[in-house]
Ligand binder design. Structure first.
Ligand code: NIG
Ligand code: FE
Length: 416
């Protein structure tokens, strides 16, 4: 009697694939002629076919050949703002005519304009607006997604955004991690009273959000057009006192020491970081804070200041890549395209880009049960219509994900 007859058959087994396990400190842990088997949503086997404990048919009733196609962990988009009302296509036009992102924000456009459009929608309308964006990411291989609030900027509307974010996950069958970004911008009703708004964030909004259980982490926009390092520190202290981990929009447009500030609070990540200096990189390395690169925003703003890639590598800072999907600086609906941009614009290797959307993206969300294909991990994986990991970064656009599995179930089986 085989082992599996003792313990019950596996729920599924994909054989004859090229498996990018992402196991190991470098590279993508590629195993050729491999198989992946799972049961109860967890991986039972992810290794070479020759290591299978029995004939495939004896291990599972559901055996599928991938015909040598590539299988990777489900991609993880660890930084998005995809719940919002309206869009800002007119700002795209303005920027093409020479207006800067900062100038548009200072003139009352930018985040503030999305805030008024987001406030005007109820839960259902906001859900309907955000659904196609989420579906687009899933179609491109995303199985875990982070969504930030930050276009409500009052308690009621921030909670609405977080509720809608969670609902997208439950309706579409993927895992959505939510981040409270109350300190994204100062709402019009607090114009000129920035510290009073920070008081509101710290004293009322954060405790209520923590109490609601709707947020997994806390973020802020530390920037000349956002919040000062001192104000960000207050938000972080408050988050810490409530037991919520932090991450930060850091050093995107100027060097305010944001990356070091996130690291000081054992931040999960420091994101953007185009202007981060060597001290910031060292602080991130020491704290284990992930560098989340957002090439979509870099591209859309036609930025020229590159993040300190060589320094991040040299100091061993884990690098993640995300879409930053938002209506202003990164209307980017494909994480694979973000990987392509990370290679082309930031000179990441394709292996680094794939680590950046799997194992390192999981770390940026504080998750240890996914992002790699190994026994015991969540059975979140994608069968791709390509044969090699680098192909995922090479193709620009197209639909390469053949089948997306979440906890061992093909996504078409999930409602929605
Ligand atoms: O990550 N920089 C701040 N937040 C977003 C932009 C939000 C917006 O412009 O609506 C970002 O780039
Ligand atoms: Fe962002």
């Amino acid at each position: 009697m085989s082992k599996q007859a003792d313990s019950g058959l596996w729920d599924g087994l994909v054989v004859d694939c090229q498996l990018a396990t992402l196991v190991g400190e470098q590279g993508v842990g590629l195993i050729e002629h491999a198989a992946i088997g799972w049961k109860d949503g967890r991986i039972m086997f992810a290794d070479a076919m020759s290591a299978l404990p029995d004939q495939p048919q004896a291990l599972s009733d559901r055996v599928e050949s991938a015909q040598r196609k590539l299988v990777t962990p489900g991609l993880i988009d660890c930084h998005t703002h995809l719940v919002f009302g309206g869009n800002r296509a007119h700002e795209f036009d303005l920027r093409l005519q020479g207006a800067s992102y900062e100038a548009i924000a200072r003139a009352g456009g930018g985040i503030a304009s999305t805030v008024s459009q987001t406030r005007s929608l109820d839960d259902d309308a906001l859900l309907a607006a955000s659904m196609p964006r989420t579906r687009a990411l899933i179609a491109d291989g995303v199985t875990t997604l982070e969504i930030k609030s930050g276009y409500g900027l009052d308690l009621e509307n921030e909670l609405k955004m977080l509720r809608v974010a969670r609902k997208l996950g439950s309706q579409l069958g993927i895992d959505v991690r939510t981040t409270f970004l109350g300190a994204h911008a100062v709402p019009v009703e607090f114009s000129g009273r920035q510290d009073a708004y920070v008081d509101l964030v710290c004293e009322e909004m954060l405790p209520a959000v923590a109490n609601s259980g709707l947020a997994d982490a806390v973020d802020a926009f530390c920037e000349s057009i956002g919040f000062t390092p001192a104000q960000t520190r207050r938000v972080f202290e408050c988050a810490r006192s409530l037991g919520l981990p932090v991450k930060l929009h850091a050093d995107q447009l100027s060097d305010l020491g944001g990356a070091a500030l996130s690291a000081e609070f054992a931040g999960l990540s420091a994101d953007h970081i185009e202007h981060t200096n060597l001290d910031g990189v060292r602080a991130m390395a020491a704290a284990g804070t992930v560098a989340v690169l957002l090439p979509g925003a870099f591209y859309a703003l036609r930025d020229t200041q590159l993040p300190p890639i060589a320094e991040l590598r040299e100091h061993g800072v884990p690098i993640a890549v995300a879409t930053d999907l938002n209506p202003g600086t990164s209307p980017l609906l494909s994480l694979r395209l973000a990987m392509n941009m990370a290679c082309t614009l930031f000179r990441l290797t394709p292996d680094e880009a794939l680590r950046g959307t799997t194992v390192n993206a999981a770390k940026a969300l504080g998750l240890t049960d996914r992002g790699r294909l190994a026994s015991g991990m969540r059975a979140d994986f994608v069968i791709w219509n390509v044969g090699k990991p680098a192909d995922l970064c090479y193709w620009i656009g197209g639909s390469l994900a053949e089948k997306v599995f979440v906890r061992g179930e093909p996504l078409s089986r999930w409602p929605g």
